[in-house]
Ligand binder design. Structure first.
Ligand code: F6P
Length: 385
């Protein structure tokens, strides 16, 4: 019922990503200018709802932030109301409590008729108990990982791909100069979207995805083929942080015991580089891009996507929708049940058209399925010409 919405809250949850401020701007300006609503900013994601840290957001606050990285509201990837770490007992470890009631009380105290929750699958899962408690939540899909179900794209992803591609381009020239193998580890958690997309965009030679467990033997064969005399004599390997060998596990960088999703991946790039050097004798270096992929200004495509999403969130709210997440499907903006997206991950299908295209042009995935180009055929052709 459109006329019952007078005041809304907005929060950004989970890991930050480029475009968060662009969504806050679109939400705030659309809400104030088009619908005359009041907007309250909730600080540090659900942490602000738990601790009652809520402040008014004016259209002035939302001005000049389109291009800024990070989030003016702050974020947290620990504050899941249903499973919240209230303290760490020195003997038994983290003590968890369900603090959903604090969030509901804060929302009621500030008379929020709805909350726009900007976040990934973990943030949508954190919002679920509030939806069940009767709070109207409208989700906006965020994450550099691009792994939310229900939407073909999340904002932040394209900027991360841009950053990773630029880094890979730079590694290309140094690999070429030194006749080395360069391994670059990118983020993405359990999904290989960043690795696949940046890998293809940069013309990388081998792409390691969580969805395609690799064999070190195949990977090294591919490297050795490229290092042969007369060949390119360098190789670029992109490793998604969630990639793993066929006979091994993902590499975990750290465990954050106070987080409801405690595993932080990292280290596979270094491991792969060491193995390549050991097995082939080729000089190999590794770089991990890490949080560089999350920072900085969003590229134009993400500013536009964020603006669409923010506007669309207010549009569907004013149409009377409840508990929905805005999405883009087939290039059209739509919405799905927020609970459908909560806590699930959209992985790269192993028959994805981009994998097929990459294989066709000789890119390896460490699974031995890329046919080696026939050097003799190439050589003969050049003689004839
Ligand atoms: O989900 C975004 C992301 O950057 C992942 O790609 C990465 O695995 C994780 O967050 C890192 O989390 P943190 O910021 O806690 O190190």
């Amino acid at each position: 019922m459109p006329h019952t919405i007078k005041r809304i809250g907005v929060l950004t949850g989970g890991g930050d990503c480029p475009g968060l401020n662009a969504v806050i701007r679109a939400v705030t300006k659309t809400a104030i200018w088009k619908h005359g609503l009041e907007v309250m900013g909730i600080e540090d994601g659900f942490q602000g709802l738990i601790e009652d840290r809520v402040r008014p957001l004016s259209s002035r606050d939302a001005s000049g932030i389109l291009t800024r990285g990070g989030t003016i509201l702050g974020s947290s990837n620990r504050a899941n109301p249903r499973r919240y770490c209230v303290r760490v007992d020195p003997k038994t470890g983290p003590v968890w409590e369900d603090v959903t009631k604090n969030c509901v009380d804060t929302a009621r105290r500030h008379e929020l008729d709805a909350i726009i929750v900007i976040g990934g699958d973990g943030t949508m899962a954190s919002a679920a108990p509030l939806v069940e408690a009767g709070i109207n939540i409208i989700g906006v899909p965020k994450t550099i990982d691009n792994d939310l179900v229900g939407t073909e794209i999340t904002f932040g992803f394209l900027t991360a791909v841009n950053t990773a591609t630029e880094a890979l381009d730079r590694l290309h020239s140094t690999a070429d100069s030194h006749h080395r193998v360069m391994v670059c580890e990118v983020m993405g958690r359990n999904a290989g979207w960043i690795a696949l997309t940046a890998g293809v965009a940069s013309g990388s030679d081998i792409i390691l995805l969580p969805e395609i467990p690799f064999s070190m033997e195949h990977l090294c064969e591919n490297v050795e083929f490229r290092m042969r005399k007369g060949g390119p004599e360098f190789a670029i390997v992109v490793a998604a942080e969630g990639a793993r060998p066929r006979d091994g596990e993902r590499v975990v960088d750290r465990i954050d015991p106070t987080s409801p999703d405690p595993i932080r991946l990292g280290g596979i790039g270094r491991w792969v580089a060491d193995e390549i050097a050991k097995r082939t004798g080729v000089e190999t270096r590794s770089s991990a891009l890490g949080h560089i992929q999350r920072g900085g200004a969003p590229i134009p495509a993400d500013r536009i996507l964020a603006t669409h999403f923010g506007y669309h969130a207010i549009k569907i709210l004013m149409e009377g929708k409840r508990g929905r997440m805005v999405v883009r499907q087939g290039n059209v903006f739509a919405d799905v049940d927020l609970l459908f997206a909560a806590g699930k991950q959209r992985l790269v299908p192993i028959d994805h058209p981009l994998i097929e295209a990459a294989r066709a042009i000789g890119t390896g995935f460490g699974d031995g399925r890329t046919p080696e180009p026939a050097p003799s055929a190439e050589g003969t052709a050049s003689v004839v010409v």
